[in-house]
Design a protein around this ligand. Sequence first.
Ligand code: SF4
Length: 266
Amino acid sequence: MDSLRRNQYLQAIGVDVWVSRRAVAVADEVAIAGAAASTAGAAAAMQEPVPSLGGGVAAASAGPDSASRVASPAASTVTTWESLRAEVLTCTKCTLHTTRTQGVFGVGNREAQWLVVGEAPGAEEDRRGEPFVGRAGHLLDAMLRAIGLNRVNNVYIANVLKSRPPGNRDPKPEEVAACLPFLMRQIELLKPRVMLAVGRIAAQNLLATDAPLGRLRGKVHHFGELNTPLIVTYHPAYLLRTPSDKRKAWEDLKFARSVFRELTIT
Ligand code: SF4
């Protein structure tokens, strides 16, 4: 990805783009396009191609499980994904089925190496049947594009809860207990190389902790039997309310990208 486009993505996220005068030591900082030539080290770092992430760059928006149209996984896998999806869409395991418009299964490439996990559908997601749409979804897409990812080609996106809690309240423990097995089965099917938990609710439920999000950021956790590396960052809806934390989210994304690079190098 060229630095100009990356800077456009960062500006779309709302991360201030600035120039570092130290080349190598701050190679992970963002260089402004106009001064990139005078900060060769930093610019080179930002222009470094993202390693193979499962596909090329494509348009960021897609319908639910759009990747089933993009990728061609084995027929038996499709059947399993489809049967799981059907289970979610007809699920009545907790009371949220009485207030939802529809279940929200997930979206993205079913062979992606990255899994993004959020909290639960909001009003727009409930209406459209797709996770992370609306303003928060657009911000998430911009954040992902900034590290060379998109929900069509190389990311799968799902929530802890598949049905919307009324009024966007926090999920209740019994609702998470009822719904989490669906996410676990999605993870079994996907076998992601890296997971990105966005927001406190997703992070705390995936890691079975009540630690605040600030203490969970900036380190590599491991999830499940496969010890999948898991990075924690802010929920885009929170970032819309607190734009001053967007730079921290950018640091988290770069950290997640570096973890993924390590995995693909070794
Ligand atoms: S939230 Fe999960 S467990 Fe509850 S009804 Fe929806 S799909 Fe079923």
